[in-house]
Write a protein that binds this ligand. Structure first.
Ligand code: G4P
Length: 531
């Protein structure tokens, strides 16, 4: 990259996105097909096979296998049509929403996959809300059209009503279930028919001169051609035309119909991502937004993963570049500790493997191997003390006491818990009047994952036990005397988090409400905001 224009061009070709979906809607299948079109994998089935191989390699992953869910978040980079796509995988299970939410802070757009028979489901709705908070633009893919599906109008109006989003069909389905013949591509005026042979990768495309083109009558049975024309006319009357600006501001979603398992509609979706989805967006930070074209490197850690490769007991910090042109070997400032970090071996994640990243630009994700010094929300820069904002931290909704099976290991357990808390895997509280530890999570399955990790990574078998607490609140006050008074008077329900900050543990809602009412000059915070 020699010049500024070349740099700007490289950045503008990046598409960093995630797929949001309710489990079973077809996210894995679609991911695999996207990688296939991107030439990143050769064989269908590779994503799942890779998943199985990975699971088999680690004890920690047993939890995934037993529960049949995916815990890991990975990054997959592939090229298509002169664009570089970074697909950030988001675990679908609701218990892992915390990781998923954070991943959504690192993308510039999302693809929302909906099962054509089920419409919008719970998890889709939750993930959508997170996208909305950040105005993340969304392209919708309505999957499984080869099965009995809901009426397309009904699906579109559900998106419009429930998500309060304008919808514009980007393609229109011709039939459904066994009678699903294909789609009319409304963006490019093409008829795309289901391939006759299963081995064919994409649909058979015929360019049309609008919907009145007689080619349509030759290619479709007459009732299907008539229905297509009638439905499209109605849809165009009911729904707004596609508007790029509205899409990019997160107010309108183009909707594609398809069948991921048949690779159908995937190419159109990818074309849509390539042409419509935004390049890296400015990242919010204290004082100003960081523009992707700024020449100095900056970025933030949005995810930490331990033991990705059990042969190397490493931790990988997933780092999203917000600006600049990164080159391997760079030294960056770790803003929280004011120390230099040498990036000798940053990792780039290709679909099936990882390799050393020689260079990267805004929008790219690199993996930084480390021993626990990097935390979620941390910024690395070329010197400026940038503080990125909006990386969410969640109120723990489930609190359990954790004990080592061997009481002699209590001290080691404390050290392990602090590391896990720093990594962002859980909240950890040390009650004032108790020698044990309390762990707070947002989803019950996180306890299993933690128990497994503490056993395999730190060699300490542990048990989790119920507590009398229902939630925790960080307490703050502008008046240190008041805060101290409160802490002294409420010793038995107070704890400290891993940074030593005071936390109120509530026994029930009444307990919490009373404490809030009686202490108007204290703030009871659900999350410890990472500024
Ligand atoms: P997820 O990651 O969102 O949880 O969904 P996944 O891709 O694993 O798909 C869930 C199930 O739906 C899978 O079936 C998959 O084959 C099927 N599926 C995905 N896309 C389509 C589609 O376009 N049409 C139809 N008819 N089915 C689709 P499974 O039986 O659970 O698994 P498998 O043994 O077939 O892999």
């Amino acid at each position: 990259m020699s010049s500024m224009t070349e740099f700007a061009d490289t950045v503008s070709r990046r598409r960093t996105f995630a797929i949001i979906a309710h489990p079973d809607a077809g996210k894995t299948t679609l991911t695999e097909k996207l990688l296939l079109f991107g030439g990143a994998i050769q064989l269908a089935g590779a994503v799942k096979a890779r998943g199985d191989a990975r699971r088999a390699r680690s004890d920690w992953m047993k939890v995934e296998k037993e529960r049949g869910i995916s815990v890991t978040v990975s990054v997959m980079t592939f090229d298509y049509e002169n664009r570089t796509f970074n697909l950030l995988d988001t675990p679908g299970h609701e218990d892992f929403s915390e990781d998923t939410y954070r991943t959504l802070t690192a993308v510039d757009s999302a693809v929302m996959v909906i099962d054509a028979a089920k419409g919008i489901e719970e998890q889709t709705r939750k993930l959508f809300e997170v996208c909305r908070l950040r105005n993340v633009p969304i392209i919708t893919f309505i999957n499984k059209m080869d099965r009995e599906a809901r009426d397309p109008f009904e699906l579109l109006s559900q998106i419009e009503d429930e998500l309060q989003l304008h919808v514009t069909p980007a393609s229109w389905p011709i039939g459904m279930g066994p009678g699903f013949l294909g789609c009319y591509d409304l963006m490019k005026d093409r008829l795309v028919l289901m391939p006759k042979s299963r081995s064919s990768l994409a649909g058979e495309t015929t360019t049309c001169d609008g919907l009145d083109d007689p080619k349509i009558d030759q290619l479709l049975p007459s009732h299907a051609a008539a229905e297509l024309r009638e439905q499209v006319e109605m849809a165009r009357g009911l729904m707004p035309e596609f508007d790029l600006e509205m899409y990019r501001e997160g107010h309108l979603t183009p909707v594609y119909f398809g069948s991921a398992v048949n690779s159908f509609g995937v190419r159109e979706l990818l074309d849509g991502l390539a042409e419509l989805a935004p390049p890296p967006r400015p990242q919010p930070a204290v004082g100003r937004n960081i523009d992707p074209l700024e020449d100095k490197v900056s970025g933030f850690v949005f995810k930490i993963q331990a033991n990705m490769d059990p042969k190397h007991r490493d931790r990988i910090a997933f780092f999203r570049l917000a600006s600049g042109h990164f080159k391997r070997g760079m030294k960056l400032k770790h803003v929280r500790t004011d120390k230099q970090v040498n990036l000798h071996n940053p990792l780039l994640f290709l679909a099936q493997d990882r390799e050393i990243a020689e260079e990267a630009v805004a929008g790219d994700i690199i993996g930084i191997p480390n021993h626990g010094n990097l935390r979620i929300g941390d910024a690395l820069t070329e010197g400026e003390p940038i503080q990125f904002t909006g990386i969410p931290s969640f109120a723990p909704e489930m609190l359990q006491r954790v004990r080592p099976e061997d009481p002699m290991k209590a001290k080691h357990l404390g050290a392990a818990l602090i590391q896990l808390a720093e990594e962002g895997a859980a909240r950890v509280f040390k009650p004032n009047l108790d020698s044990g530890w309390i762990v707070g999570v947002v989803g019950v399955l996180q306890f299993d994952v933690l128990a497994d990790r503490i056993r395999t990574e730190y060699g300490i078998p542990v048990k989790f036990e119920q507590t009398q607490y229902i939630t925790a609140r960080w307490i703050e006050s502008d008046d240190p005397v008041l805060l101290k008074k409160f802490r002294d008077a409420n010793g038995s329900t107070l704890a400290e988090d891993h940074d030593g900050d005071p936390v109120f543990l509530a026994r029930n809602n009444w307990h919490l409400d009373t404490a809030i009412e009686q202490n108007p000059k204290l703030r009871f915070l659900k999350t410890k905001e990472k500024l």
